[in-house]
Design a protein around this ligand. Structure first.
Ligand SMILES: Nc1ncnc2c1ncn2[C@@H]1O[C@H](COP(=O)(O)OP(=O)(O)OP(=O)(O)O)[C@@H](O)[C@H]1O
Length: 259
């Protein structure tokens, strides 16, 4: 008897991209944004994507998130996995309290009220906002709003977090604190993180692996494992050395293309 051929499936939390291509528009106006990106992210791995402005980092994240469709190639997150998404803007509902915002995805999932309340309280403790449940977004600092956004993303209990410059609008001190928080949550929950940033120090501070995309069309041109032990400090010489190497590669790439 011959065995049926089965398509290999990703382990939970794994993210696999195979020859992913994205073209925006058609004809003469078509823009090739990504060109044959192949990438395997292991369950629990923290990967940072860096590259020149307009090289396709957000495009790649949006495709993995399922917000847009690939023009070619495949993306596999494993059966039933819906990734959590976080952007530079917290995108909170201004008329809802902190608690109400975090509750939204749980309501959409139809979780009963008592379980929602329990889960929201636990999530707010996780992001150290237990005392702010009744506040509205305008009463919070930018860093606190991003904590709420993170709690809301975590509410879905997804193994995969996609983050597009989540701390890009924050001051250095707040960003530093949120790096520690994110690292703790990532490690406790064994999350897989795909994190887009312009900030090479941030990449060296957070990543297990840094991926460099070429100027448009985005292709993976270089990657490095960050072997610096955790917890790391953004101002440590080891993190600075990795950041300097990434900056050199990035400069060389931008120099070749003028962008
Ligand atoms: N909806 C769209 N229609 C047409 N072109 C687009 C669209 N979205 C993005 N692009 C183009 O695709 C390319 C990649 O854009 P993308 O936003 O992914 O880059 P990025 O690396 O995230 O940029 P940045 O670092 O500046 O945020 C850019 O040239 C952009 O202008």
């Amino acid at each position: 008897m011959t065995s049926a051929t089965t398509t290999p499936r990703s382990a939970t939390g794994a993210v696999a991209l195979r020859g992913v291509t994205k073209v925006y528009g058609r004809g003469d106006g078509a823009v090739l944004a990504l060109d044959g990106v192949t990438l395997d992210v292991s369950p629990g791995e923290f990967v940072c994507l860096v590259g020149a402005s307009g090289c396709g980092k957000s495009t790649l994240l949006n495709l993995v998130a399922g917000l847009d469709r690939v023009s070619g190639g495949e993306i596999d997150l494993g059966p039933g996995v819906e990734p959590g998404l976080m952007f530079q803007e917290s995108a909170l509902f201004p008329w809802l309290t902190v608690e109400g915002n975090v509750e939204v995805p749980l309501k959409l999932r139809g979780l009963p009220r008592a379980r929602r309340r329990e889960r929201v309280a636990e999530l707010l403790r996780t992001v150290h906002l237990g005392d702010f449940a009744g506040k509205r977004p305008h009463e919070l600092s930018g860093g606190m709003r991003q904590r709420v956004a993170l709690a809301r993303t975590l509410a879905l209990q997804t193994p995969v977090l996609l983050m597009d410059e989540p701390f890009g609008a924050l001051d250095a001190m707040t960003r530093d604190i949120l790096h520690d928080e994110l690292e703790r949550i990532w490690s406790e929950r064994k999350l897989t993180v795909l994190f887009v940033t312009h900030n090479v120090r941030e990449a060296a501070r957070l990543a297990d692996r840094i991926i460099l995309l070429s100027s448009r069309p985005g292709r993976i041109i270089w990657s490095t494992r960050v072997e610096v032990p955790r917890p790391r400090r953004i101002d440590s010489p080891e993190v600075a050395a990795i950041a300097a190497e990434v900056t050199d590669r990035l400069r060389a790439e931008v120099g070749r293309h003028g962008r």
